[in-house]
Design a protein around this ligand. Structure first.
Ligand SMILES: Cc1cc2nc3c(=O)[nH]c(=O)nc-3n(C[C@H](O)[C@H](O)[C@H](O)COP(=O)(O)OP(=O)(O)OC[C@H]3O[C@@H](n4cnc5c(N)ncnc54)[C@H](O)[C@@H]3O)c2cc1C
Length: 612
């Protein structure tokens, strides 16, 4: 054990330097240039998804005018861009806006604990090799090997965390640990496990003599020239890989259990190119972006209301691009409705062109077993393969599985509702980015960045130090859609269903219902108020959601509801206290609020105390 030293404190700490982290950081830098800010990135590079995925042909599957940030329009005429171009765009954005200098690489957040007494987060960070031999964060003082909470269990909010000291020392596999503290924590960790893709346990796999590769970890040395390749899957990754591999492989089979809707879009948008010739770049970018947002919105809404019409139109377009007599019903006709799962987009119909080219076929069947030379199917057919690519999807993971604690109590993420699609019920000073599943991810990221920037301004103006979403007692616990889908994804896709039990809950209305709609969020997050009856503000919060045990620290005090009343004076919401006094010491917000237990109701002078 060494001596303890003061943990470095930042006003805002963002976990992750992918598309979300870079976007949110840019909004915050723009609106709050003097606020201290850092991005902690586990890997040795920025870009997240767009740096990780390296398989042949990797590309976007939503249009780039809306996948680019609003503050830095995508100017390339291509509608669908390849992975390296997107990574370049992110790198340049981070550089232009001074975000790259704020990123601390090789910093993997392994636990985060909120202390109400100090109104701040303590974040446990494991330094990976990418952090370098002696990172600046730990070089300034002697270390202590006080805690090693591990990735899979809650940090017990060690004494060190609350006393503002830092405990560094060996973490898992001898890695070094540090602690940082912050006022506001932002989760920009994406939505899936970076270390492991989803790989079903196929029978007989050990007997197979060829190579099996998952697209998430594409080996640099893999040469598929002249090979017989089987790609297992029917999602965007499989659809991307098949034409890209077919260019050099002897033969490619796309083996799917069930078909997906596929829609071909022009690789280059002719209207965008024309607009860019006659209008200043920014205007052209704005128009193209809005056309794309509205078109996507209308197509999605129309698909929801008239699934039969959309289904027939999609299938007719597919049939038109395949050879006469092709079995569209078997290989390209899904059993679900359009947009029950994400539509697959292929630029200039490259998948269909590859099928027409003759060295690609689609097989719809189930795997019986791997054999030495390939895969035997339930139908008895054997597919010979030198290489099998398991494009079987991602493993969904919220907040990278980071254990969060609030006043020593572990936050059960699946038991909590999402608030406005960017906060978690009962978790103070925490905002996260989770993009759209039916439109570009970035659209939401921009809104989250803007909203957080406005929220910080609100805290500044009113002298508050914290915020926390708290549901009303009569708030319905969750909604279930007709399809039985209780997740906020609004999708029935396999990867969502596999992880449904680990996702936050969905409410039935208002801020607790995540709509996956940019236009609805635009109203709420860009133009709507940042406060509201279910977002509590205060200087010294102690909260807990309904039905959960009180933490050791005592979640006893109500937060002050900030219904747009007078600014707090000296940390006390004066109007709230006055309202309390005029009702003979009964605060409406306290008595309607499930976080305050009956019998433990907050007395008026304790409310005043809470603010002092
Ligand atoms: C192949 C593929 C294609 C896609 N195409 C599209 C598309 O066309 N359109 C679209 O809208 N979406 C698409 N997506 C979704 C895509 O993930 C988002 O567009 C976007 O890149 C997500 O950005 P993000 O920053 O939220 O997450 P990520 O890109 O996942 O980045 C998260 C970052 O956080 C870091 N991180 C995670 N946990 C920790 C931790 N504990 N400590 C420190 N750092 C951490 C990671 O290392 C990573 O750098 C695609 C996804 C994939 C896999």
């Amino acid at each position: 054990m060494g001596a303890r030293r003061q943990a470095e404190h930042l006003e805002v700490l963002i976990i992750g330097a992918g598309l979300s982290g870079i976007g949110i950081a840019t909004h915050l830098r723009d609106r709050h240039p003097r606020r201290s800010l850092a991005l902690l990135e586990a890997r040795g590079a920025l870009g997240g998804t767009w740096d990780l995925f390296r398989y042949p042909g990797v590309r976007s599957d939503s249009d780039m005018s809306s996948l680019g940030y609003a503050f830095r329009p995508w100017t390339d005429p291509r509608v669908i861009a390849d992975g390296p171009a997107i990574l370049r765009y992110l790198t340049e954005t981070a550089h232009e806006h001074g975000i790259d200098g704020l990123i601390r690489y090789g910093h993997r957040v392994v636990a985060a604990s909120w202390s109400s007494a100090r109104a701040r987060w303590t974040v446990d960070v494991e330094l990976t090799a990418a952090a370098g031999p002696a990172h600046a964060s730990e070089a300034s003082g002697p270390d202590s090997a006080g805690t090693d909470p591990g990735r899979d269990r809650a940090s017990p909010d060690p004494a060190g965390a609350d006393s503002g000291s830092v405990a560094t020392g060996p973490g898992t596999a001898g890695r070094r640990r540090i602690q940082l503290t912050c006022d506001v924590l932002v989760g920009a960790t994406g939505y899936y496990d970076f270390d492991h893709g989803h790989e079903p346990d196929f029978p007989g796999r050990a007997a197979y003599a060829g190579r099996v590769v998952h697209p998430q970890h594409w080996p640099d040395d893999l040469d598929h020239a002249g090979a017989r390749v089987v790609v297992i899957g029917s999602g965007a990754t499989a659809m991307t890989l098949v034409p890209a591999l077919a260019a050099r492989a002897a033969h490619v089979t796309m083996l799917q259990r069930s078909p997906t809707y596929v829609v071909s879009v022009p690789a280059v948008d002719p209207l965008a190119a024309r607009l860019r010739r006659v209008l200043p770049g920014r205007w052209a970018g704005w128009l193209v972006r809005w056309r794309s947002i509205l078109r996507q919105h209308l197509v999605f809404q129309f698909s929801r209301r008239q699934p039969g019409v959309v289904r027939r139109a999609l299938l007719a377009r597919v049939a038109g691009q395949l050879p006469t007599g092709y079995d569209v019903a078997r290989h390209f006709t899904p059993t679900y409705d359009p947009w029950d799962q994400r539509l697959c987009v292929v630029p200039d119909g490259d998948l269909f062109a590859a099928i027409r080219g003759g060295n690609v076929d689609v097989v719809t069947d189930e795997i019986d077993t791997f054999v030495g030379t390939g895969i035997r199917l339930r139908s008895g057919t054997e597919l010979a393969a030198d290489l099998v690519v398991t494009a079987t999807g991602l493993r969904l993971k919220m907040f990278d599985g980071i254990p969060f604690t609030v006043d020593g109590a572990r936050v059960p993420v699946p038991a909590r509702r999402m608030y406005k699609g960017l906060m978690l019920e009962g978790v103070p000073n925490f905002v996260f980015a989770f993009g759209y599943t039916n439109a570009s991810w970035t659209l939401k990221v921009d809104l989250v960045g803007e909203h957080l920037a406005r929220l910080l301004g609100h805290l500044d103006r009113r002298g508050y130090r914290m915020f926390v979403p708290v549901a009303e007692p009569d708030e319905p616990a969750e909604v279930t859609t007709a399809a039985g889908d209780r997740t906020f994804f609004g999708f029935s896709s396999g990867y969502v269903q596999r992880a449904a039990a680990e996702l936050p809950r969905q409410g039935a209305r208002g801020p607790w219902l995540t709509r996956m709609s940019y236009l609805a969020d635009l109203r709420t997050l860009r133009f709507g108020r940042v406060d509201g009856p279910e977002l509590r503000f205060g200087p010294l919060p102690r909260t807990r959601p309904q039905g959960e045990a009180l933490s050791a620290g005592g979640a006893e005090q109500a937060l002050l509801a900030d219904g747009g009343r007078e600014p707090a004076v000296g940390g006390v919401d004066r109007a709230g206290v006055e309202a309390t006094a005029s009702r003979g010491g009964q605060r409406d917000d306290v008595h309607q609020n499930p976080v305050v237990q009956p019998g433990r109701a907050v007395e008026p002078d304790r409310v005043v105390e809470a603010g002092t």
